[in-house]
Unconditional design. Structure first.
Length: 163
């Protein structure tokens, strides 16, 4: 019976220590870019960071492991999940021990996004750090639309004259 009691106390303490550190969280992209980082516990981890795009934007992101000595993080997946639940996977650029993953995306619609990092942390407990940058999608000048319409009109007139 004492063994069961100790097991319950051990599990409660482990849960309390895990709850004491809130992993992930919101990322503020109001300045156009932001850094994020965390130090997950040893073993498997799944951490979500959230961010919001107020308007359509281009999105670029990268994340890398911060290790020394016997520390090691092995990412299993690094993804951005869009408001429509579409998942965009990062590409691994560098292997162990300094894993680096990057993501370059085309225009993304406004809405709430999640950056999910899943992996395994070593007993030496390594960290990771990354950045997200957004940039405005260029809007064509009115003269560009006028040139486009003039080009279509010219094509239409050439077809009529060719008949």
């Amino acid at each position: 019976m004492q063994t069961i009691g100790r097991t319950i106390v051990t599990l409660a303490l482990a849960a309390a220590s895990a709850a004491a550190h809130a992993f992930g969280g919101p990322i503020d992209l109001s300045s156009g870019s932001a850094a994020f980082s965390d130090t997950p516990p040893a073993g498997f981890f799944s951490i979500d960071f959230t961010f919001t795009l107020a308007e359509p934007m281009y999105l670029n992101a990268s994340v890398g492991s911060v290790v020394s000595g016997d520390q090691d993080i092995d990412f299993i997946t690094v993804t951005v999940i869009s408001p429509t639940s579409t998942q965009y996977g990062f590409s691994r650029v560098l292997e162990d021990p300094f894993e680096t993953w990057t993501l370059t995306m085309l225009a993304q619609p406004p809405g709430a996004y999640r950056l999910r990092l899943e992996g395994i942390n070593s007993a030496g407990i390594a960290s990771f750090a990354g950045t997200i940058a957004v940039s405005a999608i260029p809007v064509p000048e009115p003269a560009t639309y006028a040139s486009l319409l003039a080009g279509f009109a010219t094509l239409g007139l050439r077809r009529r004259w060719a008949r």
